[in-house]
Design a protein around this ligand. Sequence first.
Ligand code: NAP
Length: 289
Amino acid sequence: MEIKSFAKGGSMLLGVVGNPLAHSISPQLHNTLSDILGKDCVYVPLRMDEDDFDDGIRGIKALGFKGFNVTIPYKNKILKHMDVISQEASLIGAVNTVKIKDGLLYGHNTDVRGFYDSFTRETGVDFNKKQVVILGGGGAARAVALAVVRGGPSRMYLVNRTIKKAEAIGDIIKKYSPHTEITCHGAIDFNFGRADILINTTSVGMYPDTGAIPFGQEMEFSPSMVVYDLIYNPPETGLLKKASHWGAKTVNGLGMLIYQGIRAYEIWMDMKVEDDVSKAVLDGFRKYL
Ligand code: NAP
């Protein structure tokens, strides 16, 4: 019998902290990466109840983990444990990747890069001088808005049911990039059909409510538009179906999930994962899921 084991006594430890974690694909993603890249590393789910969270984080450090991801509901709560916070994580107010080095915890947010890499690589379009509509005002919208503004759009429209949250994001982005034209809306009360790019960061249309479209069924698109939905379950949301019917280019959020994970892996390992490896991993997960 051939002894084939992915973990040994000295393997590097990584993991993901959150609750629930049963549907997380992060362990599969990172263990696949270690396998492909020949790294002696094992990545495990670390489900924690709220009451155990602080002890749990201290435990991860005590056990010698190299780093870990943080997901719902702890992306904000983890901030107080950080010794150093990256500019992106600090602007967004959320950490999704922690690196542990010389006993210190370094907090990062890889959703910004994950979204940027997924959008630009999968659509072949960038944000430079584009009119961009972002639907939603939660944590994901903050990361997306920061990624978009770094690409130099001519204008950003931030649209959220609770307009105050869109305005809060607008304030952050204006501080970061004072010359970007930004307007905030509580509903789609403008002709966004003139926009070049529409990005949905709301949870509307997510499984099981797969027929729902954010801000209603009245949207009109154009064939020159690119429409990106952060949701990847279902793979084609009602929004993407409708946009595709109008001839727009559409992409779902699986790429963002994979690329943010790859960026986290690069941070832990101090390395660059080559583009062809990232693409092969994404293609593999598109077939697998
Ligand atoms: P969140 O902080 O809970 O924000 C949810 C957003 O959806 C809010 O803007 C909320 O509006 C809006 N919303 C919810 N129900 C609505 C409705 N019926 N009508 C209009 N707007 C509604 O969540 P999040 O962390 O930003 O995540 C948002 C989505 O992105 C989720 O589907 C998540 O799975 C996805 N996501 C994907 C990735 C990826 O890697 N692909 C990464 C992060 C997140 P209000 O502010 O008015 O409540």
